[in-house]
Design a protein around this ligand. Structure first.
Ligand SMILES: [Zn+2]
Ligand SMILES: [Zn+2]
Length: 393
């Protein structure tokens, strides 16, 4: 089959690789019909390179059709349509029972000190073959895949794999009530979807992002765009809009961004020049974190408010504004989305003929898999109008 593979620092290519097969009795293999390109894929493309091996298949946002089911699979059969969550979770362990699927104890990577395995996401997360491919092996077929009906286009359901539950969890963690105020930092796919979900719940949403066409998308759903030059301006504006208190919650949908921050950029460059053995500890201890968004979140949230971190951070959080966090009594909540905890609620919403969240027009690009290498570059460079890419293998 054809698959998008990591071939070296900053290099993805589409290669012929062996077809995946059912290995365990409760595996399925799906034929992927659409599969997303995610902001977090860019971390593999570049800063997480030390944890990749040439030939690793990337991607973790698929929808497809069951092609083959193992003999123990009872709830799915050939021809069923499924979305696969980005976390590989068993659905049966203690963590999964708590709704903490991203910490699944069956697939946790104890040696690496990380949580549940993820599809297509480096040795840190199990080195599981990814979903930007024609076929994908999916374990735990009776509990992990999300069965969706035939009929509506892939775009209706595909975001159940990551964007929707990730945004949904960020909004849940923000602990908001109707008419509360929320500041969303970053209007990439996840920040955008956070804003849409919060607006649907009657929350007043402010958004900041340097990319204009991203802001146009969220403002169409009723978010108030803050046009500010600096982070200090943003804080001043937020205070003016909230009687000097600050917003009830901030969602940081920026996270670790290696591109655009001068410090992170030079750190990423440094790491790129190091051999893997040396680069791994550097990445772990120094990180390439861009903490500006997190600092802004602390300044803009009201006393006693909540900061919900959905952008992915790697490396230590130091220096954090710990004194300010303590003094303002801020609630900080974060973590990978526990997809299966939220997916039934979200699916119910998606089955409504009214496309409340605009998922069917959410993707800005539908591309053949063969165009993946160029799409990765364009997405990294935030090429005009490129917010969300779906590949059609
Ligand atoms: Zn993703
Ligand atoms: Zn589990």
């Amino acid at each position: 089959m054809r698959a998008v593979t990591w071939q070296g620092k900053g290099r993805m290519s589409v290669e012929d690789v062996p077809d995946p097969r059912v290995r365990e009795p409760d595996d399925i293999v799906i034929r992927v019909t659409s599969t997303g390109l995610c902001g977090s894929d860019l971390h593999l493309y570049d800063p997480l390179a030390p944890f990749m091996e040439p030939g690793d298949i990337v991607g973790h946002e698929p929808i497809g059709i069951v092609e083959e089911a193992g003999p123990a699979v009872t709830s799915l059969r050939r021809g069923d349509r499924v979305v696969v969550p980005f976390n590989v979770s068993c659905g049966r362990c203690w963590m999964c029972a708590q709704g903490l699927h991203s910490q699944c104890e069956t697939t946790q990577n104890i040696e690496q000190g990380t949580g549940a395995s993820l599809f297509g996401y480096s040795k840190l997360y199990g080195q599981v073959p990814g979903a930007q491919a024609e076929y994908l092996r999916v374990p735990f077929a009776d509990t992990l895949p999300i069965r969706v009906p035939d009929g509506p286009p892939d775009d209706r359901f595909v975001f159940l794999s990551d964007v929707l539950p990730t945004a949904w969890q960020a909004v849940e963690y923000a602990a908001l009530r109707p008419e509360d105020t929320l500041l969303v930092l970053g209007a990439g796919p996840v920040g955008d979807m956070c804003a849409r979900i919060a607006l649907m719940r009657g929350i007043r949403v402010f958004v900041v992002d340097p990319v204009t066409d991203r802001l146009e998308r969220v403002s169409a759903y009723g978010a108030e765009v803050l046009v500010t030059e600096t982070d200090a301006d943003t804080v001043t504006t937020v205070l003016e809009l909230t009687r000097g208190r600050g917003v009830d919650a901030v969602i940081d949908a920026v996270g670790m961004e290696a591109h655009g921050s001068p410090v992170a950029e030079s750190m990423a460059k440094l790491v790129r020049l190091l051999p893997n053995r040396v680069a791994q500890p550097v990445m772990r201890s120094a990180g390439v974190d861009r903490l500006a968004a997190l600092h802004l979140a602390m300044h803009a949230v009201r006393r006693g408010g909540t900061v919900s971190v959905v952008g992915v951070y790697g490396g230590p959080m130091d220096p954090m504004p710990l004194m300010e966090m303590f003094d303002k009594q801020i609630q900080l909540r974060m973590g990978q989305a526990n997809v299966r905890r939220w997916s039934d609620d979200i699916l119910a919403l998606l089955l409504d003929p009214t496309d409340h969240l605009g998922v069917e027009s959410f993707a800005t690009h539908h591309l053949p898999l063969e165009e993946a290498p160029a799409a990765y570059r364009d997405f990294r460079d935030k090429c005009e109008g490129m917010v969300k890419v779906l590949f059609r293998p």
